[in-house]
Design a protein around this ligand. Structure first.
Ligand code: HEM
Length: 531
């Protein structure tokens, strides 16, 4: 074909695309209110990706918080690879329409499906990833919730104590004047603890540097999050299978899946669980498919088993790390915890190393520690980007705006906790701001709408509504036990190399949970004044 005609055809095609885009933009503006939602200006084609993306250590939560302070309670971003995202910083709206009570919540965004591979090779949904609150989710949620009753928690409490004591021994045996990286240590602790409490399996991650469950879980979790935050990673893995990144990913995912297979075989090998066994493993083994009434097949059960290991480990370890950071950095907070424990004669009982001489109820009675926990979880929410839902109807109104079907509605915890219209002096650590609740209610993490007299929620770290964290009572029990035991046995001080409060917080980034680049280094000095 003649070059002139080719040029004319190309110009015509370009013009057609241009006209189509202009018409589409006009139609979109008429049909929806997306252009009215405030938010930072993005780039042509790339949207807000260049402002939020990073290859290695994502810190998008800090940028979001900055923007939230500028744009207010509702804000939008356009991120190619994820789509249109509306961020809500309005507690009342979130409670009533998004995470919702009863049947009012929106379904989870399919972004969670990106997690499926971490739960097994078959890509089966589980309690964490499923979008809808369907019969299958309801049956799992109901069956598994027995594992978090007070009776069940009391039953696993000695196992938790055993592991905490192991941590204390490791700290004691480390070189006297050297600081300890508690980020590393607590990650290992929490993998062991979830193995023991949920499945009665000691993964021995605390003892074994090369523990295969630990190694692969940590790698795959951070890789999965990094790939969601940066869609370029997914492109590299898909189109360059021989790249170092793709090959390492394949190796680690198959290691992780074979470890889950092993856990499942262990559980199956034990046969029918005893009627009084309320462990997570036993509760999952009793689950039936609501459609067929048959027990779950290996792929489905394996995915649920993996979901509890993944959901229950990194979250607990990083929350504990941030609480210990606060205690190590702020001596007056540490002194108050010591005073509270002494007041309840717990300090003496714990510090002499005798496991078994304090109880679940002792832990539940620590009001000041609970306030410290909540304040640390507010300032350093381990899932800083919060939770994500999706609109299901075209033109669905959210906060008054008509939105296209499939818009992600995000409830971002870091901005929610740091905006001045919700928290006075949000950058100051003030545990007393949580002092208006009864201790037991605080330990349970139970702030149900009814108990708050209909007032909007102010503590979101375990999310809200029917899809809130099923494991929150266990998490609080575990992390309070670690903190209580370590405070009783050691004086805790932040290592100089961390650069104090500012130096440390400047190194936060989003791993699977909110992490610290380079580790969290802390000095532990055995207490001489214990008795
Ligand atoms: C301090 C520790 C923990 C924190 C901060 C935490 C936080 C959360 C949050 C925010 C959600 C909602 C996720 C979303 O909607 O995107 C969630 C869900 C969940 N968590 Fe936790 N979690 C913790 C510990 C645990 C533990 C120890 C377990 C189990 C042993 C657990 C099991 C789960 C499960 C299964 C879900 C999904 C529930 C559903 O969708 O029905 N979590 N958690």
């Amino acid at each position: 074909m003649d070059l002139r005609i080719l040029k004319q055809l190309a110009a015509l095609a370009f013009l057609a695309v241009l006209v189509f885009r202009i018409l589409h933009k006009w139609w979109f503006r008429v049909k929806y209110d997306w252009h009215l939602v405030p938010g930072p200006q993005g780039y042509p084609l790339l949207g807000n990706l260049p402002q939020t993306v990073s290859w290695d250590k994502p810190r998008a939560h800090l940028k979001l918080t900055e923007w939230a302070k500028e744009y207010g309670k509702v804000m939008k971003l356009d991120v190619p690879g994820i789509g249109r995202i509306m961020y809500l910083m309005d507690p009342e709206y979130i409670q009533n329409h998004i995470t919702g009570y009863g049947a009012h919540g929106l379904p989870k965004d399919p972004v969670y499906h990106g997690f499926r591979l971490i739960y097994g090779p078959h890509g089966r949904d589980n309690i964490v990833t499923t979008s809808e609150m369907d019969d299958r989710w309801k049956a799992t949620r109901k069956g598994a919730s027995k594992a978090f009753s007070t009776e069940a928690l009391k039953a696993v409490f000695p196992q938790v104590l055993k592991k905490v004591d192991e941590v204390a021994e490791i700290i004691k045996s480390s070189a006297a004047k050297e600081p300890v990286d508690i980020q590393h240590l607590l990650k290992r602790f929490s993998v062991d603890t979830i193995g023991l409490t949920a499945y009665k399996i000691d993964f021995k991650a605390l003892q074994d540097e090369q523990c295969p469950v630990f190694e692969s879980l940590m790698y795959c979790s951070s890789e999965m999050l990094a790939s969601i935050a940066n869609p370029l990673r997914g492109i590299v893995k898909r189109f360059f299978p021989m790249s170092k990144l793709a090959q390492e990913c394949n190796r680690m995912y198959s290691q992780l899946h074979s470890q889950y297979d092993w856990v499942l075989k262990e559980l199956r090998g034990r046969g029918e669980p005893a009627a009084d066994d309320l462990s997570i493993g036993a509760c999952l083994m009793r689950l039936k498919d609501p459609k067929s009434g048959a027990p779950l097949d290996d792929a489905s059960l394996g995915s649920e088993v993996a979901a509890f290991i993944q959901a229950g480990s990194d979250s607990t370890s990083h929350t504990t790390m941030w609480i210990l950071f606060v205690i190590a950095a702020l001596p007056e907070v540490q002194q108050k915890i010591v005073a509270e424990m002494k007041d309840k004669s717990m300090f003496e009982r714990l510090s002499d190393g005798s496991i078994g001489r304090f109880t679940y109820s002792d832990i539940a009675s620590l009001s000041y520690l609970t306030m410290v926990t909540k304040e640390a979880m507010r300032m350093f929410p381990i899932t800083p980007l919060g939770t994500a839902r999706i609109t299901t109807r075209d033109g669905e109104r959210v906060c008054g705006y008509r939105l296209p079907k499939g818009t992600m509605i995000s409830v971002p915890f870091h901005p929610l906790y740091h905006v001045p219209w919700l928290f006075e002096e949000p950058e100051r650590f003030r545990p007393e701001r949580w002092s208006n609740q009864a201790p037991q209610e605080k330990l349970n993490g139970d702030e149900s709408c009814e108990k708050r007299g209909g007032a909007p929620r102010s503590f979101w770290s375990f999310s809200d509504g029917p899809r809130d964290c099923i494991g929150q009572r266990m998490a609080l029990m575990v992390l309070h036990t670690v903190v209580a035991v370590l405070v009783a046995k050691f004086e805790i001080r932040l290592a100089d190399r961390m650069g104090g409060w500012e130096g440390t917080t400047a190194r936060q980034y989003i791993g699977m949970s909110l992490s610290i680049d380079g580790g969290m280094w802390v000095h532990f000095k055995p207490r001489g004044d214990a008795h």
